[in-house]
Design a protein around this ligand. Sequence first.
Ligand code: HEM
Length: 281
Amino acid sequence: MNMHKIAYSFFIAFVASLATLVSVSALSSSERDAADDEGLDPITLDELAEHDGAESCWKAIHGRVYDITDYVPNHPTDPGVILEWCGREASEGWDNKRPGVPHSPRAEGMLDEYLIGRLVDEEGEPAAAESSAAADEARDDAGTAEVPLSPAEDERLHRALLNQPLDGRYRGVFGDGGEMQVNVQFDLRDGRLSNVGYRHLAYRGVDYRQLDEDEDLYPVMVQHLQLAEGLEGQPLTAIFALYEPERMAEDLDGYSGATLRGNKVHSAFRDALNRGVYSWP
Ligand code: HEM
């Protein structure tokens, strides 16, 4: 064998071992074999269920159990989002941080730090993820369209690139005839509305928020509060229902002379979205 051949053989061996290394490290939890986990402490669903809150939060994800108590305050959502899964088989939540959207490889890499055992049934056999079928279905439904569009793992960047509004607090106004009539404030989280309220409601110099219960226009103010309540917890697209306020507020016909209208509130929402996030609550 001449020197070239030897060098070539070494090169091929090197590339092959690199490929093996890459494929081994790329094994995600779903591809892992149960046999890989035999050395881990067995933990039953009953034991898991004892750690179901912020003081001690364990989760089973794809057959492995993690104690993520220390991580809960660092999770980039309201703590309630992940506390809800403590003490449970949580693969479905993990695989669908939003419907059909799994956590990123970066998040997957973080799990190892919190690994404490493997999930077993009463016989000590590996317990199947009860909801993995549902999660797989959600993933299949999402198809390949959910492949990240950017190498960055930053949710905010993705939303900005896709022209989706960022999570945050918004404020926006509707004004006419030189008068500010509606000023709304709301929060967006994962595309849903919360804390919807008015910072200002007025028409022709009358401040609706100062009206007493016995005043004629008071019911109009109540109707506007009903519009705000109706949007609470709804997806952002629900603001289009403001074009038909009679579906969201009672008795609107009785006040058809009302001077504050759903379309003005809608307009204030659109203004808020155009302005962008006001603050990060
Ligand atoms: C099983 C219950 C869980 C649910 C329902 C859940 C839900 C979510 C949601 C909704 C987001 C998106 C936040 C945003 O819009 O910015 C998110 C992001 C994230 N979560 Fe979770 N999470 C869970 C568990 C975990 C665990 C156990 C970890 C790590 C140990 C984790 C790490 C992360 C990270 C790093 C992100 C940033 C985005 C990403 O890398 O995918 N999560 N999670």
